[in-house]
Design a protein around this ligand. Sequence first.
Ligand code: GLN
Length: 191
Amino acid sequence: MKKIGVLALQGAFVEHIQFLRKLDVEALPVRLPQELEGLDGLVIPGGESTAIAKLMQSYNLTKTIQELVSCGLPVFGTCAGMILLSKSASQLNSERIGAIDIEVTRNAFGRQIDSFETDIPIPSLGKRAFHAVFIRAPLITKTGPGVEILARLEDGVSVAARQGKVVVCAFHPELTDDVRFHRYFLEILAG
Ligand code: GLN
């Protein structure tokens, strides 16, 4: 059985763990560097990217995660997780993992009250639209070579991307009952 770690410092980590357990994988919370050992994949959940970045520093996780990801550990970041995996993000000075060549704008849709849900096409997940939940979400403003855009909003704005074994989305698939995005990550991980 595949072993997937979920960074469990702040944010929606419980939801990801419960969600992954529905998919017949072992899902484990990660709070310390030694808990990263032997994982087949890692999820960075949504939450508050500034808080998660600070906690990652205090627990000596940033460097270790960077090393593992550069050695090919598949990683899936949702919302704040996407921000932490991006090479560059607005208003975030703390060190991030920086594993995918995208630039993101934080809180791009406004405040909590401007959070929204919408159905978007994600061709890699099949024909049926995906119900995407955006909570104070970021958006992708620039992508480097080798980055594939997986999803866009109706106005063309990019909200999900992949570069090699790094997958990110601006929304929260773990808050729906649609397992296709997590399954897509597990397929990448299975090689
Ligand atoms: N607004 C948060 C941030 O900038 C992200 C919100 C989320 O993860 N739902 O970190």
